[in-house]
Design a protein around this ligand. Structure first.
Ligand code: GAR
Length: 208
C-alpha cells in the first residue's frame, strides 16, 4: 500500500531527502503530502518546495503564551496533517517534544530517527554525548514515538564505530549515512504492513 506521509522537521532535512530519494528509486512505496517545520528558515522547507511538496512553517511563538503551549501547537500541527490526509508521520530531525495530542491522533503511526543506539544517549546532542561518555560504538535508531522522549519501541538500529580521532562532526557524518539507509527501510516495512509489536518488542513479519 502506498502510504501518505507527513514530515515534521526542524533543519537541513537530509533524512527527508533520503526518504524522497527512496521513493523516487522505488524502494519506498510512499508519497510525502506535506512538510511542516517549526523553523522559518529550515532548509527542509526549501527542499520540499523544490519538489512541489507543500512546505509549511508553523510558528510556535503565538502558542507560547497559551497555558498548554506544546499541546496547542500540536493541535495545529495535527490539523495540517489531517487536512493533507496523511497516514503516518515522520519526525526527520524534528527538535520539539511531541505531545499526546499528536500521538493520540496517529497511534503507532509516528516514527522518529535518533542518532544513537537507544536507550543510550537520548535527547539533544546524542553524538556529543556518546563521545563524552567514551563509548566505542554508537549508531542510530528508528523507533515508534510514544510520550516519553526517545523512549518508544525500536524498529531498527544500525551501529557505527567511534574512532579515536572522531569529532562530533565526523561521528555525526558517519551516523547520518546509516540514518539515510534505515529510515526509508523502516518506513517501507510499515507500508508493507510487516511491523508487528508485542509490548516494546517490534518484529518484522517475513513476506511469503
Ligand atoms: C539527524 O542526525 C537526526 O537523527 C537528528 O537530527 C539530525 C537531522 O538531520 N535528530 C535528533 O537528534 C532528534 N532528537 P537532517 O535534518 O539532515 O535529517
Amino acid at each position: 500500500m502506498t502510504i501518505a506521509l507527513g514530515v515534521l522537521a526542524s533543519g537541513r532535512g537530509s533524512n527527508f531527502q533520503a526518504i524522497l530519494d527512496a521513493i523516487h528509486q522505488g524502494t519506498l512505496d510512499a508519497i510525502v503530502k506535506v512538510v511542516i517545520s517549526n523553523k522559518a528558515d529550515a532548509l527542509v522547507l526549501e527542499r520540499s518546495r523544490s519538489h512541489q511538496i507543500p512546505g509549511i512553517f508553523l510558528d510556535p511563538k503565538p502558542f507560547a503564551q497559551k497555558e498548554n503551549s506544546r499541546e496547542a501547537y500540536d493541535q495545529a500541527v495535527g490539523q495540517v496533517l489531517q487536512e493533507h490526509r496523511v497516514d503516518a508521520v515522520v519526525l526527520a530531525g524534528y527538535m520539539r517534544i511531541v505531545t499526546s495530542v499528536l500521538i493520540r491522533q496517529f497511534p503507532w503511526k509516528i516514527f522518529n530517527i535518533h542518532p544513537s543506539l537507544l536507550p543510550a544517549f537520548p535527547g539533544l546532542h546524542a553524538q556529543r554525548q556518546a563521545l563524552e561518555w567514551g563509548a566505542k560504538v554508537s549508531g542510530c535508531s528508528v523507533h515508534f514515538v510514544t510520550e516519553g522522549v526517545d523512549e518508544g519501541p525500536v524498529i531498527i538500529q544500525e551501529a557505527v564505530p567511534i574512532l579515536d580521532h572522531d569529532t562530533e562532526e565526523s561521528l555525526s557524518e558517519r551516523i547520518l549515512k546509516r540514518e539515510h539507509e534505515i529510515f526509508p527501510k523502516a518506513l517501507q516495512w510499515f507500508a508493507e504492513g510487516r511491523l508487528s509489536r508485542d509490548g516494546r518488542r517490534v518484529s518484522l513479519i517475513h513476506s511469503v
